[in-house]
Design a protein around this ligand. Structure first.
Ligand code: SAH
Length: 202
């Protein structure tokens, strides 16, 4: 997975590659799909949702430019896998999921993989997590119709928000930096995620 799906494509951040090498992805996929845990694909986790493709997890982490001391918000916990990788890259991770059963799944998976320090919350992540804000970085694992303004406002100055924007089939992964002049989109690449459902989602 690390060599063929990540490094040979275009993932160059050694911290991200090392983090993904450490997280046991098989503990975040349903038992009957364990033999496919390292496939180059998203996999179903229940509730019509998926654990993201490893490549997209790496691209999101790389875009956040984490150095180890940050406080990160992960929107769309799903299986908890992205949150675990973020926990390898930053000091503190909060993750929020709208489907209570998936939040419970993420919590159980994170504990079994040794990431009990990640805080799992249930709620509409398009509203962020005001009681834990501000964040140095926010990662969104579901596609929004437009940049969720509330999430942007929960960033520290120079903080980064990575969010897929667009409708099913035509989305771009946007990397937005909070700056004195307002949101600066520094990068945007094509991608495909499940929809973000909520007040500032679909
Ligand atoms: N990061 C996850 C990917 C899960 S797919 C992983 O690594 O497994 C995206 C998740 O976002 C789904 O679980 C979906 O239920 C959740 N989601 C969608 N809209 C949301 C919202 N407004 N707030 C929180 N979670 C949301």
């Amino acid at each position: 997975m690390i060599e063929q799906q990540l490094r040979l494509r275009d993932v160059a951040d050694e911290r991200v590659l090392a983090a993904m090498e450490r997280v046991p992805r098989e503990l975040f996929v349903p038992e009957e799909l364990r033999d496919r845990a390292y496939d180059d694909a998203a996999l179903p986790i229940g509730g019509g949702q998926t654990i993201s493709q490893p490549y997209m997890v790496a691209k999101i982490c790389e875009a956040l430019s984490l150095r180890g001391r940050e406080h990160v918000l992960d929107v769309g916990s799903g299986s908890g896998y992205q949150a675990a990788v973020l926990a390898e890259l930053a000091a503190e991770v909060d993750t929020i999921e709208r489907i209570p059963e998936l939040a419970e799944l993420a919590r159980a998976n994170l504990v079994s993989a040794g990431y009990e320090r990640v805080r799992v919350h249930v709620g509409d992540g398009t509203r962020g997590l005001p009681e834990r804000a501000p964040f140095d970085a926010i990662a969104v694992a579901a596609a929004a119709p437009r940049m969720p303004q509330t999430l942007y406002e929960q960033l520290e100055p120079r903080g980064r928000l990575v969010v897929p924007v667009g409708r099913f089939g035509i989305q771009r992964l946007e990397v937005i930096v909070r700056s004195p002049e307002g949101p600066a989109v520094v990068k945007s690449v094509p991608c495909r995620f499940v929809p973000l459902v909520g007040e500032e989602g679909f």
